[in-house]
Design a protein around this ligand. Structure first.
Ligand code: ATP
Length: 300
């Protein structure tokens, strides 16, 4: 295969709990992660010259080894003695440093893409192991779907009943949040409320979107919301506009709202964009991994 196109999809955290801290300083999490339809377009092509060329649609995003897509290509070339080069184009549509794992999704897509382009024959499990070398959300982005993520993100258990289809409004404040800074500011021992992870899994099994909305919870809000109180205002506005529930995704600052009807989600997106003067507001939906065409979307 000489060239291919992939869709690197964003994720939201329906619940995010922190249950401890490892000796190396990494926090132990328990989170239900869910893929949404919003994606970065990834085009990859083999080139004769032994180099990695990255082009992306955002001029300020690095194209060298600070870009996670570059790191993924570099790792695969080194591990598997690939002496040909690769050209990668990223059409960046997922907001950056937003809590939506956009960089991790690009990275995972390039791991998958290198596997296919160079006919490496690696299994999903092998790809996940390589992914974990590059970042804690990346194994999830290789797998995707509805997953319970534990440990530091490396223990992934598929949630049996997939998330029911619903519509998701993503609204990002024009600030970048550093994930490391948010975790270091978290008083995890002092947390009074923990998400009801099992309750959320049950609500998904019952396909009860209203119940799911009531159970959305993320302990990292205790750090990010005091820094950016507008996050709480956007959550309130989402609820006022008919969302079943709203929550900050990951370490923020993106807020997502869950809606039963597509039209309501679209109208809420328009209204929030206007009211808060935000540029990055997207109406998207839950993405089920088995709906994608293998080849363009399948990660296997
Ligand atoms: P997570 O939810 O995994 O913490 P995030 O959505 O908060 O991720 P990203 O969009 O992945 O954050 O970006 C985090 C940082 O990674 C940014 O500061 C950016 O400069 C860097 N980065 C490296 N490669 C990429 C990429 N391909 N796309 C976006 N950001 C990238």
């Amino acid at each position: 295969m000489r060239e291919l196109r992939l869709k690197a999809r964003a994720k939201i955290n329906l619940t995010l709990d922190v249950t401890g801290k490892r000796e190396d300083g990494y926090h132990l999490i328990k989170s239900i992660m869910q893929t949404v339809s919003l994606y970065d377009g990834i085009y990859m092509k083999r080139i004769r010259k032994n180099e990695i060329i990255i082009k992306n649609s955002l001029p300020w995003l690095p194209t060298d080894n600070r870009n996670l897509a570059y790191k993924a290509a570099e790792l695969m070339k080194e591990r598997f003695d690939i002496t040909e080069g690769v050209y990668i184009e990223i059409d960046k549509r997922i907001p950056v440093a937003a809590g939506l794992a956009g960089g991790s999704a690009d990275c995972a897509a390039v791991l998958v893409g290198m596997n296919r382009l160079f006919g490496l024959g690696l299994s999903m499990k092998e790809l996940e192991h390589l992914a974990f070398l590059l970042g804690s959300d990346i194994p999830y982005c290789v797998q995707r779907g509805t997953m319970l993520s534990e440990g530091v993100g490396e223990i992934l258990t598929p949630v049996k009943c997939a998330c029911p289809m619903c519509y998701v409004v993503l609204a990002k404040l024009p600030v970048s949040v550093s994930t490391a800074m948010v975790y270091s500011g978290l008083d995890w021992k002092g947390l009074k409320n923990h998400p009801d992870t099992e309750g959320m899994i049950q609500a998904m099994a019952e396909k009860d979107i209203t119940k799911m909305g009531g159970l959305l919870a993320n302990v990292l809000e205790t750090v990010t919301i005091p820094m950016y109180p507008k996050i709480a205002q956007i959550k309130e506005e989402m609820a006022r506009l008919g969302a079943e529930g709203a929550l900050m995704s990951g370490s923020g600052p993106t807020v997502f709202g869950l809606f039963k009807e597509e039209e309501d989600a679209k109208q809420a997106a328009t209204s929030i964009r206007k009211k808060f003067g935000l540029k990055e507001v997207v109406a998207t939906r839950i993405y089920h991994v088995n709906e994608g065409k293998r080849g363009e979307d399948g990660n296997g």
